[in-house]
Design a protein around this ligand. Structure first.
Ligand code: HDE
Length: 716
């Protein structure tokens, strides 16, 4: 467990925290007042004409309180409404000035404060965390040269190629407009209607259907900037760049069965996980990696770097790790910080620049525009969480909720009355200049034919997954299409899947009890104009430029650590604390996992050595899906009691079914024999009187997925 470094004085991370302090308020020891500062004497009763009489209009205290309350809500984000945020900092390992002049990537002495917001995409603000969905991964860097936002997702590709289609895909995935169903779910007709007609979306969709769509934790996700950006150095030379975040805890997911149950047992599972980890000092960390591509290699690949539905395989361009981000402080106020934070891919600093990716170009418009209705006007940049830590001077004036009190008469440039200020900065003084890209073309509403290959990368992705990951993906498609009501849509999807990988399509068709249709000759992408030549937009044959990309499989992105993993301990009166203590000493004290006592009742539970222990959860208030592993210590009395609880068997069997580590000690062997555990004698993640080291090493693998094909008989 680490020390909370932001408490350490002298830490540059303080620059944003100190800035936020200017607006922080605590009411400790203070009298209650109205918004005008008048002290309040009674906050429970309105002003009335007599004890039982009508309320009086003059009651300014009541009116002010109710009026403020009436306006507490702002519109939720149209996408990414459900999210959680945290503060932290970014440290640079290596000076990248060969590629960029951005100080954040050249000054290794500096720590840049960040605020990060993770989110789901489709659901409303109050929806469950475990929806099958893409996750947002948005990072705001408060650099010395201004705010830089890296507004990415947990997948390296996006659904569409051109911003023009964003409202369409979002309308298709959001609840259907007539009956407002389903919430935070893509498994419905309108979504698959669109996906199956806009074949460019199949690639990112496949990522969403993979385990990446149901992460174990925000802390265990990769992040990607998705678009190709540019780095520009002091000499004005440009390289293309892709941004990657690699989590120190590895990349892990839950099963779909768990996701469904977690959404019921604890819809705030990811939010709580992030919050509790930071409070406990388990600060999540990600390394920042760059794929740097020389400008002259722009046309070297079999895909277009400007096409956001393609990634650059790490085998073709390795990811260079250049720094690390640590999240070490929870927000003080959800609304003020996490809700009001306004990200924008157009917030860049000198040394970073855009490309002509038509999706990115459209985003550059959208993110300011949306804040105008969400946060009420153009002054949202003055909201504490959004304001830069360096000074801001310009001639923007007025508008709703203006906080800055600009002095002087000159609000224009050039001027003499204001002494010519604020003045312009030369490039050498940090002034932003756009990369001088040569552009020469006709004004045209069309799409480059280099964007036409919609099948090669989804096929590469599928091939790169392990057997168990492929099974999860097949099951996800079978579930989602199984929820669609319209057969023609399902058929179109099956046919498209068959263009990607016939084994995938056949497996899904079997589960749906349908046939893959024949007779459609070419996949038809309907994301083209009415007068466009359809032949120009026909996808080429699936290309096989790489058999597999190791980095695409979660199994290849492990972590040896079990830090912050939660282990449920099933106990009742008389449990063997000596055995538990042995486990705790190794896994908790040395490896920083945590054990939580679950007993048939709340309050305290007495161990065999007559000591009292606080119960963390009564059995009825919790579920196995909220834990990473299970430990059942012995103790004759304890096992006798646990045997009488039906939920104990549900707990054990469910943990087994979800391929987690389960350990039984001493008399708990009886539960081993009575539960499904007895069917898995050679399973390395099911331990009978195992050592703490064996427990830790099984847990570090997250799951024993090899067990999964043999768990169908476990009914939970
Ligand atoms: Fe967004 N997106 N987006 N998006 N996006 C928003 O901005 C939009 C896209 C992403 O935690 C909105 O402030 C358009 C790609 C994240 O606050 C909105 C297009 C990627 C977040 C918007 C895209 C993203 C948003 C809604 C296609 C990954 C949450 C609220 C041209 C690289 C940020 C807001 C947060 C949020 C528009 C495509 C990621 C409406 C028009 C590609 C992580 O402006």
């Amino acid at each position: 467990m680490k020390k909370n470094e932001h408490e350490t004085s002298g830490c540059p991370f303080h620059s944003k925290i100190n800035d936020l302090q200017k607006n922080s308020v605590t009411s400790e020891g203070k009298p209650m007042t109205t918004d005008q500062g008048v002290k309040i004497n009674d906050d429970a009763n309105s002003l009335k004409a007599g004890e039982r009489g009508a309320s009086l209009l003059e009651d300014f205290i009541l009116r002010e309180k109710i009026t403020h309350f009436d306006h507490e809500r702002i519109p939720e984000r149209i996408v990414h409404a459900r999210g959680s945020g945290a503060h932290g900092y970014f440290e640079l390992y290596e000076d990248m000035s060969n590629y960029t002049r951005a100080k954040i990537f050249t000054d290794t002495e500096n720590r840049t404060p960040v605020f990060v917001r993770f989110s789901t995409v489709a659901g409303s603000k109050g929806s469950g965390d475990l929806a099958r969905d893409i996750r947002g991964f948005a990072v705001k860097f408060y650099t010395q040269e201004g705010v830089f936002d890296l507004v990415g997702n947990n997948t390296p590709v996006f659904f569409i190629q051109d911003a023009m289609k964003f409202p369409d895909i979002i309308h298709s995935v959001k609840p259907e407009p007539d009956w407002e169903i389903p919430q935070a779910a893509s498994a419905h007709d309108t979504f698959y209607d669109f996906i199956s007609l806009a074949t460019e979306s199949l690639h990112n969709h496949m990522w969403a259907m993979s385990d990446r769509g149901i992460p174990r934790s925000y802390r265990m996700m990769e992040g990607f900037g998705i678009h190709t950006f540019r780095l520009v150095n002091a000499q004005g030379e440009s390289h293309f760049v892709k941004f990657h975040w690699k989590p120190k805890l590895g990349v892990h997911s839950v099963t779909w069965d768990e996701a469904v149950k977690i959404n019921g047992a604890d819809p705030d599972f990811h939010r709580r996980d992030l919050w509790e980890a930071i409070e406990a000092g388990h600060f999540p960390e990600w390394e920042l990696g760059l794929q740097i591509i020389p400008a002259e290699d722009e046309h070297k690949y079999e895909f277009d770097l400007l096409d956001a539905t393609k990634f650059v395989p790490e085998e073709l361009v390795p990811v260079k790790i250049i720094g690390k981000m640590t999240l070490n402080r929870n927000p003080d106020n959800f609304f003020a910080e996490t809700e009001q934070v306004a990200f924008h891919p157009g917030h860049i600093v000198p040394g970073i620049d855009f490309t002509n990716d038509p999706l990115l170009q459209g985003r550059l418009f959208s993110y300011t525009d949306t804040q105008l209705s969400r946060l009420g006007g153009p002054n949202f940049r003055e909201i504490p969480i959004n304001r830069a830590v360096n000074e801001v001077h310009n001639n923007h004036r007025d508008a709703q909720m203006r906080m800055t009190i600009n002095k002087g008469k000159a609000a224009y440039f050039p001027n003499t009355i204001g002494g010519g200020c604020p003045h312009l900065a030369k490039m050498a003084e940090g002034g932003f200049t756009s990369f001088e890209e040569r552009i020469d073309g006709k004004k045209i509403r069309d799409r480059s034919s280099s964007f036409n290959d919609h099948f090669s990368q989804p096929a590469l992705f599928f091939r790169s997954l392990t057997m168990w990951e492929q099974t999860h993906l097949i099951n996800a498609y079978a579930f989602e299409l199984g929820k669609c009501l319209l057969d023609p849509i399902k058929q179109r999807m099956l046919w498209l899947l068959s263009q990607i990988d016939n084994r995938l399509a056949t497996a899904v068709a079997d589960k749906l009890g349908m046939q893959i249709p024949t007779g459609i000759e070419k996949p038809i992408n309907q994301n083209i104009g009415a007068d466009a030549d359809p032949h120009k937009h026909e996808p080429p044959a699936v290309k096989h430029y790489l058999e597999k990309s190791e980095a695409l499989s979660q199994e290849r992105l492990p972590a040896a650590t079990i830090e912050s993993r939660k282990i449920a301990v099933l106990v009742a009166k008389g449990f063997d604390m000596v055995a538990l203590q042995k486990m705790k000493t190794y896994l908790e004290e040395l490896k920083h996992a945590s054990f939580l006592l679950i007993a048939p009742h709340g309050g305290t539970v007495t161990s065999a050595d007559s000591r009292e222990h606080k119960v963390d959860h009564a059995l009825m208030t919790t579920e196995s899906v909220l834990f990473d592993a299970l430990y059942v210590p012995g103790g004759a009395g304890s096992i006798q009691k646990l045997k009488e609880e039906g939920k104990v068997f549900k707990f054990i069997n469910e943990t087994l079914k979800h391929c987690k580590t389960v350990a039984f000690d001493g008399e708990a062997e009886e539960l081993f024999q009575l539960s499904a555990a007895k069917d898995f004698v050679n399973d390395e993640a099911i331990l009978l009187n195992g050592t703490p080291e064996q427990f830790a090493s099984a847990l570090a693998k997250h799951r024993n997925w090899m067990r999964e094909p043999h768990t169908a008989h476990i009914a939970v």
